[in-house]
Design a protein around this ligand. Structure first.
Ligand code: HEC
Length: 145
């Protein structure tokens, strides 16, 4: 009798472990799906929070700052119809992910005496990466603002 009792508790434990493992793998799959969705939305939200007061992603839509349509790969100071500072105009920079990251961390470290003010820089590297990702993908998105 004690033997049989032991055998069945092992089975109960095995079943419990199996159920726990199954639940855990579902949880992981769900977490991955949600985090993928979140990152695209986070990019837009981060851009809206930090940049949209002054910038639009639409071609020719200059506001307080120049439009950022297709900004990755674009020459600095190239948005038609925007009155840039001499510093930015003559910087010789072509925007890529690295220069954009540096610029939104500390604009003067890439283009001294630029006129992107009052903007104090974003110190959070993850947030910068999220925004740069959005600049890269958002330019082509039909809902880009
Ligand atoms: C307070 C308004 C303001 C905010 C906020 C702001 N910018 Fe700007 N931005 C400007 C202005 C003005 C310029 C032009 C600067 C110059 O002529 O020196 C500029 C220039 C730029 C340029 C250079 C564009 C080009 O055509 O060479 C980039 C890139 C840029 N901003 C990205 C960003 C990003 C990304 C954010 C958000 C993290 C941001 N800016 C937030 C006002 C702003």
């Amino acid at each position: 009798m004690p033997l049989l009792h032991n055998a069945s508790s092992v089975e109960v434990l095995r079943t419990a472990a199996f159920i726990a493992a199954t639940i855990a793998s579902f949880a992981i799959v769900i977490a991955i799906v949600f985090s993928r969705q979140a990152s695209a939305e986070d990019g837009q939200a981060a851009f809206n929070n930090a940049c949209r007061t002054c910038h639009s992603m639409k071609a020719d839509d200059n506001r307080l700052g120049p439009n950022l349509h297709n900004i990755v790969g674009r020459k600095a100071g190239a948005a038609g119809g925007f009155a840039y500072s001499q510093s930015l105009q003559n910087s010789g920079v072509t925007w890529d992910e690295a220069t954009l990251d540096k610029f939104i961390a500390a604009p003067d470290s890439v283009v001294p005496n630029n006129n992107m003010k009052p903007f104090t820089g974003i110190s959070d590297a993850n947030l910068r990466a999220t925004i740069v990702g959005y600049l890269k993908s958002g330019a082509a998105a039909p809902t880009a603002n």
